[in-house]
Design a protein around this ligand. Structure first.
Ligand code: UT7
Length: 321
């Protein structure tokens, strides 16, 4: 049995900030941001939370799958921006949607989080442990961003995307290639709360996102083509047999470079980075849900999904729609 996506949904915060607005906060310009990244807008949470965005995306995914929340037996939320340190976002989503029969937990693999969640769910579904999974990628990254750091604050946005997976004899996930390199953790990180207890009063302040952008860029354009090629080989497919390559939406130039390295036309690499910016674990399921709603995905289409980010982490998945 393969894990097959049978429903998608996404939710973006109502408020969208354009590049001109950011140029009132830090020394930047619409021209710089658009040219270097492809980003024009990003959605920022006001009333929305990681949980509320997840709940709304999940509701749409369940409706498009024609399933009830009680049909779900595995619920995973990929996020680095949970609303509570504990419990997990997944448990709070479970309560709100009534997924009473699900085991629910979060995973943290940063921008590769959705790919990792797919990896886990596919293994559980293949082995017969679970049948129906709800996977959500959700972030309110705006709360981790240092709004005085122009090197990062222009890049990120908030949002959530969800998919429903079910066990299927045909199509679905055909292969995966997933990896991590913890020795490079410092190139993209965000410190947690400092230790303050009766025997230690750390002077450190809670951290914000810090990134060596060029290091992450170099890592992405080198590793993503390799892991996509590995996943394609495992699936027994050639690059030209893929209908769409959905890459984590971090930078338009990264996506264009990967397309060149795979010798595939850029039109096969759909993008929404201009409107959504980098939503970390949410970026792939948001893009997938938008394409699904637009009627751009057809039965039999072969898709590649690929994510990369902090950890360092990366992954690619080949699936048949
Ligand atoms: O989700 C996965 C994690 N993130 C990524 O994948 C991000 C990967 N990296 C990138 O996308 C790019 O490295 C960035 C978009 C972050 C930066 O682009 P870059 O072409 O690598 O620029 P840079 O860091 O080399 O900076 C070039 C110049 C610098 O000025 P000087 O030193 O040349 O005078 C920066 O200070 O651009 C300056 N700069 C800015 N200028 C205007 C940096 N940020 C900005 C800004 N507006 N927002």
């Amino acid at each position: 049995m393969n894990a097959k996506i049978i429903g998608t949904g996404c939710q973006l915060p109502a408020y969208a900030a354009d590049n001109h607005y950011l140029s009132t906060l830090v020394e930047t310009s619409d021209e710089w941001i658009t040219e270097r990244t492809g980003i024009r807008m990003r959605h920022l949470a006001q009333k929305e939370t990681t949980t509320s965005l997840s709940v709304d995306a999940a509701g749409k995914a369940l409706a498009s799958a024609g399933m009830q929340a009680s049909d779900i037996d595995l619920l995973i939320v990929a996020t680095i921006t949970a609303d509570t340190e504990t419990p997990s976002t997944a448990c709070r989503v479970q309560a709100e949607i009534g997924a009473v029969n699900a085991v629910a937990f979060d995973i943290n693999a940063a921008c590769s989080g959705f790919l990792y969640a797919l990896h886990i769910a596919d293994a559980f579904i293949k082995s017969g442990v679970y049948k129906n999974a709800l996977l959500i990628g959700a972030e309110t990254l705006s709360k981790l961003v240092d709004w005085t750091d122009r090197g990062t604050c222009v890049l990120f946005g908030d949002g959530a995307g969800a998919v429903v997976l079910t066990a299927s004899k045909q199509g679905g996930v055909l292969s995966q290639s997933v990896g991590s390199n913890g020795s490079k953790w410092e190139v993209l990180s965000c410190a947690a709360r400092p230790v303050r207890n009766p025997v230690c009063q750390s002077k450190e302040v809670p951290g914000y996102l810090r990134m060596d952008g060029q290091e992450v860029f170099k890592f992405a354009v080198k590793t993503v083509p390799l892991c996509i090629e590995d996943a394609l080989e495992k699936a027994g497919l050639q690059p030209e047999e893929i209908t769409h390559y959905l890459l984590h939406q971090a930078n338009k130039r990264i996506i264009q470079t990967v397309a060149k390295r795979l010798k595939q036309p850029e039109e096969r690499f759909p993008m929404n980075i201009d409107q959504c910016a980098n939503t970390s674990a949410a970026s792939l399921p948001i893009l997938l849900a938008q394409m699904d709603t637009q009627g751009r995905l057809h039965p039999g289409d072969k898709l590649v999904l690929s994510g990369f980010g902090a950890g360092l982490t990366w992954g690619a998945c080949v699936l048949e729609w």
